[in-house]
Design a protein around this ligand. Sequence first.
Ligand code: AKB
Length: 323
Amino acid sequence: MTKDTILITGANGQIGSVLTEALRQRFGEDNVIPTDIRKLDHHVGHFEFLNVLEADHIAELIDRHQVTQIYHLAAILSAKGEQAPLPTWDINMKGLLNILEVAREKKIAKVFNPSSIAVFGTTTPRVNTPQFTVMEPTTVYGISKVAGELWCQYFHTRYGLDVRSVRYPGIIGYQSLPGGGTTDYAVDIYHKAILGQPYECFLKEDTRLPMLYMDDAIRGTLELMDAPADRISIRTSYNLSAMSFTPAEISLEIRKHIPDFKVSYQPDFRQAIADSWTQSIDDSHARRDWGWVPKYDLVSMTEDMLVHLAEQYAVEKVEKLKS
Ligand code: AKB
């Protein structure tokens, strides 16, 4: 019997750090190789530096650790990508092509490549967005994700590479902080609320976007990767959905727990990005093919987020007092 060894790129990112822990639980610490271009001060366990633009280094790590699966999370997100479009294209596109090509050469058993709701644009139907639809994104991140989806499908059709993907909506979790995205407000707002501080939101109060709780995102990703290959009918990327809400609605939900929480609105350049995305997603293909069902909605997510963040900040306070 062969034992799987998993390489993760972008392992220090918002999703990567939580996925690393979930994979460690499942495959064992020694069989998970988290990589990133930067190392966090508090990183525990095995770690390798990796710049995904260096194909030889990816190949060397695969050989050295006898890697059998890759989760390729390294990417520049929507808002940050607009600050440097060409470098973002290089990292997102060349990084993915390096992974796909090395995976093909090394006969990697499975590759996961996340896509995003950023593949949609102003010409896409905005409500209950279908799986197969117009995709004319306005951000460099979105363009790279559409192209990336098609490259994944190409590597599957042409070379038989078992590459799988979901279009993540905004991901919200207490475990890690997002960076450089347009949906980041929906994490930041909980931190401010629990700290008793007001929050200034960079999107308008009525901006509706699709969102997903981290626990569902990780479970869904692992369920997709576990599914028998013949259940995977879509090799670009699956629509994935759980809830949609506006900044006003999440504030209202938080206020049920923290009544004096204050939010103001100061939309910036991210408003145009959010306005170009869709509001809700039809994920019936994921449900039908590999049994996707989200567990959290806005109400249960808010309860869980606030409980965990309150614990985290209490522990931090005690640690500060001790030092
Ligand atoms: C972003 O806001 O850029 C990301 C995404 C939706 O892919 N969270």
